[in-house]
Ligand binder design. Structure first.
Ligand SMILES: Cc1ncc(COP(=O)(O)O)c(C=O)c1O
Length: 393
């Protein structure tokens, strides 16, 4: 085995915005898998979305650890862009971490909270997404701080998840709008992404908003469009768009990749180094349960990356790893911390070589891995282990 010192060093200093993600022991081993965050691609995707949305403001969804980038990385990188009006997360601790890290742009918390949380988050300039009769609580909080609480109201037009059902929404919105403790900054809905039903949902939302606005209720920005609607429904761009996955440069549906509507470039990659290379004689096996049998003498490489890092177990069904410019299939099984790659008749790779699970190149994009795994690109990026070091490139 090569000494770690002989390997090209990882420049963790370049990951300045990720410093909270990198602990000292990780710095010691350059064999640990890591994630690269590609700043220029992120900015390119924001520009593409802005163009598609006719320069409407973008509320960037950075939930679930910033879709793999690291929530603070995503917040810090995106907030510098003038097209980004704000950032949206689902978990309270993510909203708080963004403020702790000095992120100043508006933050919308789309997840649940209790009354004590509400006072804390309003004190930290985090807008709650509300859909229950919490007017009296907001009155008390606003009275204590002598300022109205800005918030967004979530309307359920048919997804049946969170949000006040659209048939009961009017009295709630009127109640909130009528309080001096409240400033409605926006109203929002989420599509089911069933193209047959999305039109009905949008019409329910528009009808409700029109009737409220006609009677003088100020709704702030109306927003509904996630990545799916960015491709499918320009009529849902409304006052602001609210994408997640597209910002990170990944096509959420295979047909969007071919559509030419948006040129998206993956803003994150997953990498590791070859830990071991060996020749399996014909008839030898590899992996748990002897999942792989060598049909001929064959060279295989072991990578120190597995499902605990976010590499799906299904990757052993044909996902390919890029090493020194060539793509090699993952074989056998993906275990917690290892996978095995079939190199072929010649030992074309060596210990320490960089191995790319996915990046921004054709053939090794997240969508390519996803196609082989038959999972969702959301599972791929959002399941990346938050403890993996993030490097900015
Ligand atoms: C309420 C809401 N809006 C927007 C998004 C962004 O979705 P996408 O990543 O598909 O663009 C999500 C993510 O699932 C969401 O939950």
């Amino acid at each position: 085995m090569l000494k770690a010192a002989a390997l090209p060093a990882l420049d963790f200093r370049s990951a300045s915005v990720a410093r909270t993600q990198v602990s000292a022991p990780m710095l010691d081993s350059s064999f640990d898998p890591w994630i690269e965050v590609h700043r220029a691609n992120l900015q390119h995707n924001v520009a593409e979305i802005s163009r598609r949305a006719g320069s409407r403001p973008i509320l960037a969804v950075i939930k679930n650890n910033g879709y793999g980038l690291g929530v603070v990385n995503a917040g810090q990188l995106l907030e510098t862009s003038p097209s980004i009006a704000g950032l949206a997360v689902v978990k309270l601790h993510e909203a708080m971490s963004l403020r702790d890290a000095g992120v100043r742009k508006p933050i919308l918390l789309m997840g649940p909270f209790d009354e004590r949380n509400l006072a804390d988050l309003i004190a930290r300039d985090i807008m709650p997404m509300v859909y229950t009769p919490i007017g009296p609580v907001l009155d008390r909080i606003a009275a204590a701080r002598q300022k109205p609480a800005p918030l967004h109201v979530c309307i359920d037009t048919g997804i049946g998840r969170v949000g006040v059902p659209f048939r009961q929404a009017s009295p709630l919105v009127r109640d909130l709008a009528g309080r001096s403790s409240v400033r409605i900054e926006g109203v929002m809905m989420t599509f089911t992404e069933d193209p047959e039903f999305d039109g009905e949902q949008l019409s329910r939302f528009k009808t409700l908003c029109e009737s409220l606005e006609k009677s003088g209720v100020k709704l702030g920005r109306k927003h509904a469009a996630s990545s799916f609607a960015l491709f499918q429904r320009p009529d849902a761009f409304l006052d602001m768009v609210r994408p997640g996955m597209a910002i990170y440069g990944v096509y959420s549906e295979p047909e969007f990749r071919r559509a030419g509507t948006l040129d998206l470039r993956p803003a994150l990659s997953l990498k590791a180094r070859v830990a071991y290379v060996k020749q399996l004689p014909k008839g030898d096996s590899a992996g748990y349960n002897r999942a792989y049998m060598a049909k001929n003498d064959v060279w295989v490489a072991t990578l120190p990356i597995g499902h605990t890092d976010g590499l799906p177990r299904e990757a052993a069904q044909g996902a390919r790893i890029r090493i020194n410019g060539a793509l090699y299939p993952i074989v056998a099984t993906v275990s917690a911390s290892h996978c095995i790659v079939e190199i072929g008749a010649e030992p074309r790779v060596k210990i320490g070589d960089e191995a790319t699970v996915f990046d921004w190149q054709e053939g090794s994009r997240p969508e390519d891995v996803n196609e082989a795994c038959k999972t969702s690109v959301y599972d791929l990026t959002m399941h990346l282990n938050p403890l993996l070091p993030r490097r900015l490139v």
